[in-house]
Design a protein around this ligand. Structure first.
Ligand code: LLP
Length: 429
């Protein structure tokens, strides 16, 4: 098994994130709580910028991975743009103080309202995923008397060799359009005064550990770029999407430096700006989900597991249930690492699929605190209120201090949107 993420270490037997004792966070904020390292996020953004320093490039942080306002503001301060997939995400990045001109809009199902919102805000580009979407964007631009910047998302039919739910660049997937179709869309867009062609785009999947499929996608895009240039359509940017993989257990993390150097080599002096849309590789290993053990249930039989029932559940972190994802579990007391019993770490939700981790050799007792690592990406953003559980709070660690950046949800928050019909006057709508 590989080492835990860099921002975590034991100091005198207690688990710290950077300069902060995580037990102090649990005492102040309660559990379950998501905790993120500002320093780690900054280092990842800086590392990616360094890896692409020889290539004209722009990082558009994929908001879907972790959309907390404090994290968006941090990304903005470090100079990234943003890749959004909804009007809600656009509102978030604008609220975080970002400039709409740094925003690109991906996704297969942009609604009229979302397109209008983005046009009025003045985003830098729509990544168009179908002919009907291109038509809709043109109509809305005409209606609002604007010119819409567009780029076509190509499905390069490259196997990203990742989990089928997060593979997006195969012709079986719903994303993008095939190369020949893309050429037709570009011709259409070029003849449309409501549209301005800015670039070309792809995103072949997530948690990709080798550069190969990403570079193959780039090579296929370049063939199209050349075909378009021959028709007089010149693009300013080439968007390679996100997808750079990280280490959860012992997977190879995608090497930013190798990726940057290879892209530079393949581009061979072309003038295009490379766009990147990283999410996971920026925030996954910056975050932990802090949780407390409520009960322990020793194995009922020799061939049955022992359960540590914790106060975090699949509604907080659905990745293990949804993708069979493996997350490291670190006791806040280092002594807890030396257990002889394998524990299944499970939540209170009424489903057998509600587990955080299986068969972990730990020394666990009721009331112990645990940190579930690599939870900074696709953790809180995929949380739900299943079982009417209120969503966790979020905390940002900055050196040796920490601040709550989202308070814990309350049952009042949950009930606010609902109406008890029995209590309404007749005729109320
Ligand atoms: N750009 C587009 C168009 C995307 O669809 C995605 C992720 C990204 C960028 C960012 O990809 P990343 O750098 O994070 O790999 N919930 C899943 C992951 C879903 C990814 C969806 N698209 C999980 O927990 O593994």
């Amino acid at each position: 098994m590989s080492a835990p993420p860099d921002c975590l270490h034991y100091r005198d037997g207690n688990l710290f994130m950077d300069g902060v004792d995580l037990a102090a966070v649990a005492a102040a904020a309660g559990t379950p709580a998501y905790v993120y390292s500002k320093q780690y996020i900054s280092e990842r953004i800086n590392a990616l910028n360094s890896a692409f320093a020889q290539t004209r490039h722009r990082i558009h942080y994929a908001v879907k991975a972790n959309s907390n306002l404090a994290i968006l503001a941090l990304c903005k301060d470090l100079g990234t743009g943003f890749d959004i997939v909804s009007g809600g995400e656009l509102s978030r990045v604008l609220t975080a103080g970002a400039d709409a001109a740094s925003v690109i809009f991906s996704g297969v199902g942009k609604s009229v309202e979302e397109i209008d919102f983005a046009l009025k805000a003045g985003i830098s580009c729509f990544n168009v995923e179908s002919e009907s979407e291109l038509r809709r964007i043109s109509e809305r631009a005409a209606n609002l008397q604007r010119v819409a910047p567009v780029s076509v998302r190509v499905n390069p039919d490259v196997d990203a060799q990742t989990h089928p739910y997060i593979s997006t660049g195969l012709k079986q997937n719903k994303f993008g359009v095939a190369a020949d179709h893309a050429l037709r869309l570009y011709a259409q867009a070029a003849a449309d005064k409501n549209l301005h062609i800015t670039g070309i785009d792809c995103h072949i999947g997530s948690q990709i550990s080798s550069c190969e499929p990403l570079l193959e996608a780039l090579t296929r895009l370049l063939e199209l770029v050349d075909q378009l240039a021959a028709q007089g359509i010149h693009l300013q940017h080439i968007d390679l999407g996100g997808g750079m993989g990280v280490t959860y257990e012992d997977e190879e993390a995608l090497d930013f430096a190798e990726y940057g150097a290879s892209v530079q080599q393949i581009l061979a002096g072309r003038e295009h700006t490379i766009y990147l849309e990283p999410g996971r590789s920026i925030v996954a290993n910056a975050g932990v989900l802090l949780t407390r053990v409520e009960y322990t249930k020793p194995a009922a039989a020799a061939d049955a597991p022992s359960f540590a029932v914790v106060d975090a559940a699949m509604n907080d972190l659905i990745r293990p249930a949804l993708y069979q994802a493996w997350h490291r579990v670190m006791p806040l007391k280092e002594a807890g690492l030396n257990g002889h019993t394998p524990w299944d770490v499970v939540g209170p939700v009424c489903e057998s699929g509600d587990f955080i981790a299986k068969s972990r050799q730990l020394d666990v007792n009721a009331a112990d605190l645990l940190a579930v690592t690599s939870a900074g990406a696709y953790g809180m953003v995929q949380a739900s209120n299943y079982n009417s559980r209120s969503r966790a709070c979020e905390v940002l660690v900055d050196g040796d201090t920490f601040r709550t950046v989202r308070r814990r949800e309350t049952i009042e928050d949950q009930l606010r949107l609902e109406r008890n019909l029995g209590g309404d006057p007749p005729g109320a709508v």
